[in-house]
Write a protein that binds this ligand. Structure first.
Ligand code: FAD
Length: 480
């Protein structure tokens, strides 16, 4: 059965949009979800210690803040349960078709409709197509020599193998990114020995203090709102710090002081000191990362990896680090927007061909030549802060756009090319002005292989809010 609107993906984004549509009285939408359950990254990333690193009062929908979080930071199982509850409460679940992975979509300008095909070969038509597939859905396992020769189990943190018991085992962890700093402290006390392979030391700051959000009464609601505002401002400050050079230095100084308090051995401390300016990569938060690296049963190897061998991992200095299990905490490939889907616009051009050396979109959502198509968590919309905040901005904008088309009784709305050009030029200028994002020593998942920053929003969350608050219909051409 065809719907007016097809949403691809049932994570925080797809559910937020579903709720926004329902609130606007729009019922004709279908969410196609490739998996058999909702939740997106919170369904997939169930590794030990998985939790959000933005306090839950901010990392939750603004309109559904009363949830029994066990602490300041919701754990993976709680976040998943929260999403399920929201989907049920707002009547979204009935709109979801599970096990339906979208492979391709192309725009039929005559009909003003998207033809959407799943990997099973089914076809559906819809007036609007919204991608809500997230950024962190394609885990990367590095092409290390000899990987297939390893005798034990090996898996990526986003595909955690619960059947593998880690207790008393020798475990090698490759990577020291956002996931590793959560699961390494969680498994270290259980394993016999842990070898952590670090390519580039991250900035790891302590988490914001505080307990579980208050629940229930009107007073509790008010305190949650105030807490949300406080957290929001704290993260906005991280944005300012990326701007001015002296602020970057001040943060680096604060980090050095924190690290000195945690790690007394100056030689070891030096190995943990990031070699890139603060702000060039995602800031990490943990209270037990450095304590874990100091444990007797944990070794840090930072000489680089030469190869995987049958009995473990050989580092670049020739030493073999024996392991029973290898876990890849090597992250995702967020800069490859929309892949592997093929999205073809009204002039027969596939979106990746149109983008060339890296994705771009007006406000991270719209692309000229791809009418009635919007992305959530699209190019340059990642922030230090709550992505849920950004997704709510996008859901509100997209609902307004859908209404604008209906009001005009038009077939489709297409972003004006000059608006796109102007926005992209402004975006590049802002990214260049921030500097740390493109510092020569910076290598991050915010950028493509050609070093184009396609992931990060180069501004405050509030700037994004103001720019997406109202759809400027003059930015679009409407075709009847
Ligand atoms: C481990 C981890 C921790 C994180 N912690 C935080 C945090 O603390 N704070 C924060 O702000 N952000 C955090 N993030 C970022 C997180 O991705 C976003 O906050 C948010 O969950 C994004 O939601 P989404 O719906 O856009 O994407 P996702 O959660 O990735 O959901 C996308 C959905 O689309 C489906 N899908 C993908 N491709 C297709 C297809 N072709 N057809 C059909 N369905 C498809 C997927 O199966 C998935 O269900 C974290 C990410 C990870 C991986």
């Amino acid at each position: 059965m065809n719907s007016e609107i097809i949403i691809i993906g049932a994570g925080f984004a797809g559910i937020a949009l579903g709720i926004a549509l329902k609130r606007a009285g729009i019922e004709s939408f279908t969410i196609l979800e490739r998996s058999d359950a909702i939740g997106g990254v919170w369904r997939d990333n169930h590794y030990p210690g998985a939790a959000c690193d933005v306090p839950s009062t901010f990392y939750s929908y603004s309109f559904d803040s009363d949830y029994p979080w066990s602490g300041r930071y919701g754990k993976q199982a709680e976040i998943l349960d929260y999403l399920r509850q929201c989907a049920t409460k707002h009547g979204i679940t009935a709109h979801i078709r599970f096990n339906a992975e979208v492979a391709a979509a192309d725009f039929d300008a005559q009909a003003g409709e998207w033809r959407v095909r799943t990997t099973a070969g089914e076809e559906q038509r819809a007036r609007f197509l919204i991608s809500a597939i997230g950024l962190f859905n394609r885990p990367i396992v590095p092409e290390l020599r000899g990987r297939a020769s390893f005798l034990g189990p090996q898996f990526h943190s986003a595909q955690w193998n619960d059947a593998v018991a880690l207790d008393g085992k020798r475990v090698a962890v490759i990577g020291t990114g956002a996931s590793a700093i959560q699961f390494v402290p969680a498994i270290a006390p259980r394993v016999a020995h842990l070898t952590v392979f670090q390519r580039s030391p991250p900035y790891v700051f302590p988490r914001l203090p505080g307990g579980a959000p208050p629940r229930g009464s009107l007073g509790a609601l008010l305190r949650r709102k105030l807490d949300r505002l406080g957290i929001y401002l704290t993260f906005e400050k991280l944005n300012t710090r990326r701007r001015a050079e002296f602020e970057t230095h001040a943060t680096q100084g604060a980090f050095r002081t924190y690290l000195s308090a945690k790690v007394q051995d100056s030689a070891f401390r030096e190995r943990l000191m990031p070699r890139y300016p603060f702000g060039c990569k995602r800031t990490l938060f943990s209270n037990d990362w450095y304590d874990t690296l100091l444990r007797e049963n944990v070794d840090l190897v930072d000489t680089g990896i030469d190869a995987i061998v049958p009995e473990g991992v050989r580092s670049a200095d020739g030493a073999v680090h024996e392991a029973d299990v290898i876990i890849y905490g090597t992250g995702f490939s967020p800069a490859e927007f929309l892949l592997p889907m093929r999205i073809t616009g009204n002039d027969g051009r596939e979106i990746h061909d149109y983008w060339g050396d890296g994705a771009e979109a007006y406000l991270g959502m719209a692309v000229a030549g791809f009418p009635n198509f919007f992305m959530m968590y699209g190019p340059n919309t990642n922030v230090p802060g709550s992505i849920v905040f950004m997704l709510e901005c996008q859901a509100g904008y997209i609902v307004q756009a859908i209404r604008a088309l209906a009001r005009r009784r038009a077939r489709y709305m297409n972003l004006r090319k000059d608006i796109e050009r102007c926005f992209n030029a402004e975006l590049r200028a802002r990214i260049n002005a921030i500097g740390v994002l493109i510092a020569p020593e910076c290598r991050s998942y915010f950028m493509t292989a050609s070093r184009k920053i396609t992931v990060q929003w180069p501004g405050f969350m509030s700037q994004y809010y103001w720019r997406t608050r109202k759809v400027r219909t003059a930015d679009y051409e409407f075709a009847r």
